[in-house]
Design a binder for this molecule. Structure first.
Ligand code: SAM
Length: 375
């Protein structure tokens, strides 16, 4: 990436007038600045874009999520009205594949109203096109705007773009990591002048024991609290899939991705996707504190296998040319296996539901309750 960043002068001006920006605020500006934010005026997905997500790898992903939603709807007692909500739906591919899979279940299809929570006008247009033959769809700027009622909430690669705080451990406490300007006018990382009072007391023991110099990342619980409160009070479940770790731990995962490669997160603000891994233990804790039931997390590979992705692949391959079959087999590996380029182990799936739903398909392991959930 070589273009000058139109957001850089604004960020420098802000630092000069108001002081260094906490990493979370820098990330927020990079992604959602009203004029130059990364997610405000572009479609970053696909081979020509910056990254590819699971729904864009294969139709199998969205289809299985649709069937997962069907099993939740049945477990809920087949309600006659149900909100199917997706947070950050990208190009609308996952919802389109899910709705197509759900046509086999007319009573559920008829019960649905579809709600997309999206801030990006370019992607909203793509979602409109992808879902043009679907029933009425409503768009919202936040989950709070979606009317209450029994719901199934889906979020794939949504939490990783929510702004993250970074804290740096020193001998005398944890300091908030900030973005500052150095003597040559470049953006650089620094820390606040004083530690955050009593931050240590909030940390899990593993993080508290981290060595001096360690970085710990945390996100506000607000989004998970909204999701958990909604399913607790109105019934239903949420499925969150993202890359991240099952146990809260120290580590610097703040990263930028542009043109399918890692980039310096301070180099091109607003022009590269800046993300940080999701802390699934923190998500689970936030949901349980609200009184919702947590299922998993399990790895994406395990989740998709339990939902029957291999059988679906075999079925699709039976009708395909050898070339297309090869593509399906590659996609299956990419979605379910670990290793280089594989999304099967780095990505995890977690469910959150009202307490009456004791099991959720693919997430509740009867033999090994809680799947790979951290102790
Ligand atoms: C990494 S993309 C994932 C897209 C899609 N879920 C997929 O898997 O292909 C993140 C999505 O979240 C949207 N988004 C980013 N920040 C958001 C916010 N604060 N509120 C709502 N949507 C947001 C983006 O526009 C985009 O649709």
């Amino acid at each position: 990436m070589t273009e000058a960043s139109p957001l850089l002068p604004d960020i420098k001006k802000l630092i000069k007038t108001s002081g260094p920006l906490p990493v979370w605020r820098y990330m927020q500006l990079c992604l959602t600045h009203p004029e130059h934010g990364y997610y405000i005026a572009r479609d970053p997905l696909g081979r020509e874009g910056d990254f590819i997500t699971s729904p864009e790898v294969s139709q199998m992903f969205g289809e299985l999520i649709g069937l997962w939603a069907a099993s939740v709807w049945r477990a809920m007692g087949s309600p006659t009205t149900l909100r199917l909500i997706e947070l950050g739906p990208g190009r609308g591919t996952m919802m389109a594949d899910a709705l197509r899979a759900l046509r086999v279940l007319p009573p559920m299809h008829q019960a649905l109203s579809v709600h997309l929570v999206e801030i990006n006008p370019v992607l909203r247009e793509k979602q409109k096109a992808a879902l043009s033959d679907a029933r009425t769809i409503q768009w919202h700027a936040s989950l709070d705007e979606v009317p209450q009622g029994p719901a199934i909430i889906l979020a794939n690669e949504y939490f990783d773009v929510l702004p993250v705080h970074q804290m740096v451990k020193r001998d005398d406490g944890w300091y908030e990591r900030v973005v500052d300007i150095d003597g040559s006018g470049q953006l650089v990382f620094g820390t606040t002048a004083a530690p955050t009072p009593r931050f240590d007391a909030l940390l899990p023991p593993l993080v508290r024991a981290a060595p001096v110099g360690a970085i710990f990342e945390w996100r506000p619980d607000a989004e998970m609290m909204t999701i958990a409160t909604r399913v607790r009070d109105h019934g239903g479940a949420a499925l969150i899939i993202d890359y991240g770790h099952v146990r809260s731990d120290a580590g610097d995962t703040f990263q930028a991705i542009a043109g399918h490669s890692f980039a310096d997160p301070l180099k091109y603000p607003g022009q590269a996707d800046v993300t940080a891994h999701v802390d699934f233990q923190a998500l689970a804790r936030a949901a349980e504190d609200i009184g919702a039931r947590v299922h998993g997390p399990v790895t994406q590979g395990e989740f998709l296998q339990r939902l029957g992705i291999e059988a679906r692949a075999v079925n699709l391959m039976a009708k395909a040319t050898p070339e297309i079959s090869e593509g399906i087999s590659t996609a299956l590996k990419r979605l379910t296996e670990g290793g280089r380029g594989g999304m099967g182990s780095m990505f995890k799936a977690i469910g959150v539901s009202d307490s009456s739903l004791t099991e959720l398909a693919g997430l509740s392991d009867r033999k090994r309750r809680g799947g790979i959930r951290a102790p």
